[in-house]
Design a protein around this ligand. Structure first.
Ligand code: KG4
Ligand code: ZN
Length: 332
């Protein structure tokens, strides 16, 4: 039996969870509201807020799980990629805890933790599975052979899918992060405006062209009708969302055909998007595929994905040196 504490602090959320043999016992997130006024994450403010949140968030996660520190068998923690100052807070705290408790430290790559986030749910995929990771910092397609072996077969050439939502949302005057706001605005609206999808021949993505198209489209429309944005916000949101989801689904379909894999996972913050979830569900049913999209609590950054990924590494006996750096450079 193994009880693992998972700590995630790569960006602006201090997230901590406890899992027992891969089963999530608690999952707590302390969000940082300090960034709202700046339209994006301010790294220095993020690391300071992590310092304030880390101890109470760990305490709450232990309390919710009904265990104490001495019950822990290992400490799993995000070891890059992410904001260095933010990573340092979680990683150094985890190091101190692991050495004080004399239990193993398990460094987990943030993207690998996202890929394994569907293991936090009751229904878990078997290896190998095809994984579409779509977050604020990354968009990529991987074949997940096992917890330690993920083969990247496609990635974004510029912006990530979540970044496209956030940057286009900013053009629309929406707060950061704009992804969930565009999702909400688009619900019930018709996608009336057409934007061109990036034409990339392999399994790579590109979203920066869409951002530029939307910028010029809004500029031109508002020259003709200054109220255009306010009068059409939901339709713009639905049209942008449709284009992004089309691009993701096109590549996911192509990757499924080229790999022949029938177990498909969609993970990362953008996997919370309702249109992506619905479209992927219909697509998987019509193609006879097994689809795994984590529950909403495990899509955006969370401690549970670090804890369950840590458990996978614990089973393999893959531990991290107490001298390790908080930023293990991601392979991609
Ligand atoms: O995985 P995540 O929490 O952090 C990173 O690792 O980047 O992803 C955050 C991203 C943000 O860009 C946010 O706008 C996007 O996920 N996001 C969404 C939705 N919820 C979060 N994008 C579209 N629709 C959503 N419902
Ligand atoms: Zn993330």
């Amino acid at each position: 039996m193994a009880i693992i504490l998972g700590i995630e602090s790569s960006c602006d959320d201090t997230a901590v969870a406890v899992c027992q043999n891969g089963q999530v016992l608690s999952n707590v997130v302390a969000n940082q509201h300090v960034h709202a006024a700046y339209g994006g994450v301010v790294p220095e403010l993020a690391s300071r807020a992590h310092l304030e949140h880390i101890v109470p968030t760990v305490d709450t996660a232990l309390k919710h799980a009904g265990i104490s520190l001495t019950d822990l068998d290992a400490i799993a923690v995000t070891q890059g990629p992410g904001l260095l100052g933010s990573l340092v807070v979680g990683f150094c705290y985890a190091k101190g805890l692991a050495s004080g408790l004399q239990v193993p430290l398990i460094g987990v790559d943030h993207l690998e933790a996202h890929a394994l986030s569907c293991f936090a749910d009751d229904l878990k995929p078997d290896y190998p599975f095809l994984c579409l990771t779509v977050s604020g910092g990354h968009s990529r397609l991987t074949i997940v052979h096992d917890a330690a072996n993920m083969e990247v077969i496609g990635k974004t050439r510029d912006d990530a899918a979540g970044e496209a939502f956030d940057k286009i949302g900013k053009l629309m005057g929406l707060d950061y992060p704009a992804g969930p706001l565009i999702d909400r605005l688009a619900q019930g609206a018709t996608s009336k405006f057409t934007f061109t999808k990036a034409d990339i021949p392999n399994l790579d993505f590109s979203f920066s062209g869409l951002k530029t198209q939307v910028m010029y489209f809004l500029r031109d429309q508002m020259r003709l009708e200054p109220q255009f944005m306010e009068q059409n916000k939901s339709i713009i949101a639905a049209s942008v969302q449709r284009t992004i989801i089309d691009m993701l689904m096109d590549k996911l379909d192509a990757a499924t055909k080229s790999t022949g894999l029938t177990s498909i996972a969609i993970v990362g913050g953008v996997s919370a998007n309702s249109e992506l979830r619905n479209r992927a569900k219909e697509w998987s049913q019509s193609h006879n595929l097994e689809l795994f999209i984590p529950g909403l609590a495990y899509c955006t950054d969370n401690g549970a994905m670090v804890a369950v990924a840590g458990y996978e590494k614990f089973k393999q006996g893959t531990f991290t040196s107490i001298d390790a750096s908080p930023y293990a450079r991601s392979k991609n």
